[in-house]
Write a protein that binds this ligand. Structure first.
Ligand code: ADP
Length: 911
């Protein structure tokens, strides 16, 4: 049961009574204070009621402090400051909530309430130290984020709950400062990011309100200044832009002013800037006059018509921008870019024309030069024997040359290195595939300078070997912007090198297996190459490094046995530029002799400097030894031959002596026979019967023949024994010859042969041995008669030449075969043919003739043809002897002897 009396007793108070914490009664005073109705509270839990009333700060129902100051909010959300007292009996509790006297803010601080209501600035009142919001207005709520921007969600709550990020913020610190110092703090243009709005800007003022010497409240006022701030930022930005533009304009105007000209509507100059005056230094008053002084073309070189020129178009009211002009003035060519703008007055008449002109000669020239250089570069690139690839830093190919096409695939299709590497195979020299990232151009793009990277490029049909260089190209900031790569086709070179290496190997093998010695010596005397044979024959192992060291370890001799010094060695001679041919050196080393036949020559470079020398040598030791043995043998043989000859000559001499002796012995009885016959003829000449005469004649003729044979034999033998004596006298050879011919004429005519003598001279005195001359002539004529058939002709021709007398005995008889021409002058030499055998003889005659001619200091020769006849030609020296030398004994005998001599000489000829 309720104890109503106690409740009633408190009816006059501001209280709430509960039974088991459920509100049972509420006093009218309380309802008046809070503005709620009874039904709002009855039967509600007391905790719920405290919540509705936002009682704070930090209230705990179990420990309510009667001294403490609490607040609650009325239904219209006005704050009231209260003390709370609790009386308890059984299950009944009465809460006394008495408003503190003079505690209402609106009463104490009227201006605050007014400011709040005005809603011009945001106001919030926080209790101190709890920092719970106890009063605010709409403007302030706009500053807060949802849900705190509704009064019912924020009143009674602490600032930390209402404003997120409060704890530790700059404003919290300022607030603490305001509490501790009691001074007002101002924060201007504080930026705040609300919920549904862009950033907003606020001016904050935090003022502490002090009561009883303590800070009781904090009043925070905020005034939104977002628009001001945004405008301010905007105008600052604009001011900056305007400033920049002004600056730009200033610069432009400043520059423009230099080359600016203004004209009136007739083209008269109003103003020429100093720059313009510099460009066109003329005294012209108007445009037309100025143009007279120059030729104006477009950039292609076509003359520009006056009406098309920028300056004149302005006068027509046209605006022209950047007209390009080539101007030739006083022989100087210049390039300009001109613009013209007309300015109209209010009547739309041209008031002024503004012209701006720029001298772009340097630019045009530079671009021309650039173009030319580009073309040149293009030409160079395309005529290079190397393939060139330029790639950008992404690996895209941006330039190639003609050679590139040859090495790589169709240039048009090649857009990137990736394409190239997909189409072609790139291998190293061992045949391993080179990955795209390891290709020289990729390496260059990574900053590497690649030199002579050898890459085998392979497609379906061919394979080439290239040496690739690649380098990166940097911009001014050091960034790689492209890579340039050059590929040189070295296929041929590599193949040639391989062939050379192979040949070198083969040559090395050949040279090492050669049985000849081979050296190649450098110009400084060191050995460049020595074959195996050279080491075997010419080296003492490990000791000779230079050819000049050779003589320290061996001795060398030439074929005469003379020891050779260093300069005489074949190796030194070839190094001195000499060629050595078959120079035989005897090399003595380690008690062994070998003979080497050296051949060698020096080798020069293009400038004629000696670079090396080659030397070959053949071991001819065996050959030399064989030669020595042969020489010994030959010497022996020679000695035997000599001895044999000596014996032979002795025998011949003995034979000749014998012949000479026997001839003498023959001659004596013959002379006796002859004398006897002559006596017979003389004494009994007419008395002898014809038959006897015939026999006597036979005896005489045969004895003459015998005598002739014996004489010839005797003389020949004498001549060979050197016993023939010459008795020269000055004789008229013409007369003497004629006499001899006349004396044999009988023989000739009897054989029916015509004998003629030809001589252009009447007389010619020459020193001759008449007897020998006669023997020569008779012999030749008798032979001619003998070997010339009946009816033939014999011509004897005598010529006196400058140094000799020439006698030709010419017949047209049987002739002499060529092969016998020499034989007949030998002793006992006969032609031995059936024809020549017709005339008998011994073959001594011509041999004697030749000996006689030679004894006289002359010569004999024969010209003959078988069947056509023969001509014997004798030359005898043409000279005279002094009177004192004449052999007077013989001189007169001449005529007496001739008949007998003829008889003897012609005894062979049977009449
Ligand atoms: P012979 O005492 O036998 O005449 P020669 O020495 O006078 O010897 O001659 C040698 C040989 O030369 C003769 O046997 C003959 O065969 C040949 N002969 C010499 N003169 C003539 C000539 N005029 N015509 C042809 N044969 C000749």
């Amino acid at each position: 049961m309720h104890n109503l009396s106690s409740i009633e007793s408190v009816n006059e108070s501001v209280c709430i009574s509960t039974v088991n914490d459920s509100v049972e009664r509420v006093s009218q005073y309380f309802l008046d204070m809070t503005g709620y109705f009874l039904d709002d509270f009855i039967n509600k839990n007391i905790l719920e009621v405290f919540g509705m009333l936002r009682i704070g700060p930090n209230i705990d129902l179990g420990e309510i402090n009667m001294e403490a100051e609490y607040f609650l909010f009325t239904k219209s959300l006005e704050v009231r400051f209260i003390h709370i007292e609790v009386q308890e009996k059984d299950n009944n509790k009465i809460y006394f909530l008495r408003e503190i006297l003079n505690s209402r803010i609106e009463d104490k601080h009227i201006y605050l309430s007014q400011l709040c209501r005005s809603n011009i600035i945001g106001i919030a009142v926080y209790s101190v130290p709890s920092m719970a919001l106890i009063k605010t207005n709409q403007k302030y709520l706009e500053f807060l984020k949802s849900p705190a921007n509704q009064k019912e969600n924020c009143l009674g709550k602490t600032v930390g709950d209402i404003i997120s990020g409060w704890a530790g913020s700059n404003v919290e610190q300022l607030t603490q400062k305001a509490i501790s110092t009691g001074e007002t703090i101002q924060v201007q243009e504080c930026g705040y990011k609300g919920d549904n709005r862009e950033i907003t800007y606020w001016d904050l003022i935090i003022s502490p309100i002090i009561e009883d010497g303590k800070v009781k409240y904090l009043v925070a006022t905020d005034k939104e200044v977002t628009e001001n701030v945004v405008n301010k930022i905007k105008s600052e930005k604009q001011a900056k832009i305007i400033d920049l533009k002004n600056k730009q304009l200033e610069v432009i105007i400043e520059n423009l002013q230099n080359n600016v000209v203004t004209v009136d509507k007739c083209g008269n100059y109003l103003y020429k800037s100093s720059g313009y005056k510099k460009l066109f230094n003329t005294a012209a008053k108007d445009i037309a006059e100025e143009c007279e002084q120059m030729d104006i073309f477009d950039f292609e070189g076509n003359a520009i018509a006056r009406e098309d020129m920028c300056a004149f178009r302005v006068l027509k009211g046209e605006t022209t921008l950047n007209q390009k002009l080539k101007v030739v003035m006083n022989g100087v060519e210049k390039y300009y870019q001109a613009s013209g703008i007309p300015i109209f007055d209010e009547n739309n008449e041209i008031e002024v024309g503004i012209g701006v002109i720029f001298d772009i000669t340097e630019v045009v020239k530079a671009s021309k030069q650039l173009k030319e250089q580009n073309e040149l570069l293009e030409t160079i690139l395309n005529n290079m024997s190397d393939a060139i690839i330029v790639s950008d830093n992404q690996g895209r190919i941006i330039k190639t040359n003609h050679e590139f096409k040859k090495i790589f695939v169709d240039e048009k299709k090649v857009k990137s290195m990736q394409y190239v590497s997909e189409t072609l195979k790139f291998l190293d020299m061992e045949g391993n595939v080179i990955e795209p990232k390891s290709m020289p151009i990729s390496r260059a793009l990574r900053g590497e300078n690649v030199r002579n990277a050898r890459v085998v490029v392979k497609n379906n049909t061919k394979e080439i070997i290239t040496d690739i260089n690649a380098a990166p190209v940097y911009d001014n900031n050091g960034n790689t912007i492209m890579a340039v790569s050059g590929c040189h086709d070295v296929t041929l070179e590599v193949q040639m090198n391989e062939t050379i290496m192979r040949n070198k190997k083969e040559l090395g093998a050949i040279m090492n297996n050669m049985s000849d010695v081979l050296f190649i010596i450098n110009s400084d005397g060191s050995y460049r190459y020595c074959n195996k044979c050279a080491y075997d024959k010419c080296f003492v192992p490990g000791q000779i490094k230079k050819h000049s060291d050779r003589l320290k370890y061996m001795k060398c001799y030439d074929m005469s046995g003379k020891e050779l010094d260093n300069n005489e060695l074949p190796s030194s001679r070839v190094l001195m530029g000499e060629s050595v041919n078959n120079f035989v050196v005897k090399v003595s080393k380690l008690n062994k002799d070998i003979y080497l036949s050296f051949n060698g020559s020096p080798a020069y470079d293009k400038s004629g400097n000696l670079i090396a020398a080659t030397l070959c040598a053949r071991d001819i030791t065996e050959h030399i030894q064989a030669k020595h043995a042969l020489e010994k043998k030959q010497l022996k043989l020679l000695k035997a031959e000599y001895e044999k000859n000596e014996a032979l000559e002795k025998a011949i001499k003995m034979k000749d002596e014998f012949l000479s002796l026997i001839s003498h012995e023959f001659k004596t009885p013959l002379n006796v026979i002859n004398s006897a016959i002559q006596a017979l003829n003389y004494i009994y000449g007419d008395a002898l019967p014809d038959k006897v005469k015939k026999y006597i004649k036979m005896i005489q003729q045969n004895s003459f023949r015998q005598l002739r044979l014996v004489n010839n034999l005797l003389d020949v033998t004498r001549s060979y024994a050197g016993q023939l004596k010459v008795h020269k006298n000055n004789i008229d050879v013409v007369f003497f010859t004629k006499s001899i011919i006349e004396s044999v004429n009988t023989y000739a005519s009897q054989k029916g042969i015509k004998l003629s003598f030809i001589c252009s001279l009447e007389k010619n005195i020459v020193a001759i041995d008449d007897e020998k001359y006669e023997r020569i002539l008779l012999n030749l004529i008798s032979n001619a008669i003998k070997f010339t058939p009946k009816g033939g002709t014999i011509i004897i021709k005598l010529q006196v030449l400058k140094n000799s007398i020439r006698i030709d005995v010419k017949d047209n008889g049987i002739g002499i075969p060529k092969e016998k021409a020499d034989l007949i002058f030998e002793r006992f030499g006969q032609v031995d043919s059936s024809l020549s055998r017709q005339a008998e003889g011994t073959g001594i005659g011509l041999s004697l003739v030749r000996r006689l001619v030679e004894v006289l200091g002359g010569s004999i020769s024969l010209k003959s043809k078988v069947g056509n006849g023969s001509t014997f030609t004798v030359h005898i020296p043409n000279n005279k002897i002094l009177e004192k030398e004449i052999d007077h004994q013989t001189i007169n005998l001449m005529n007496n002897n001739i008949v007998e001599a003829v008889n003897i000489e012609f005894a062979d000829i049977y009449l």
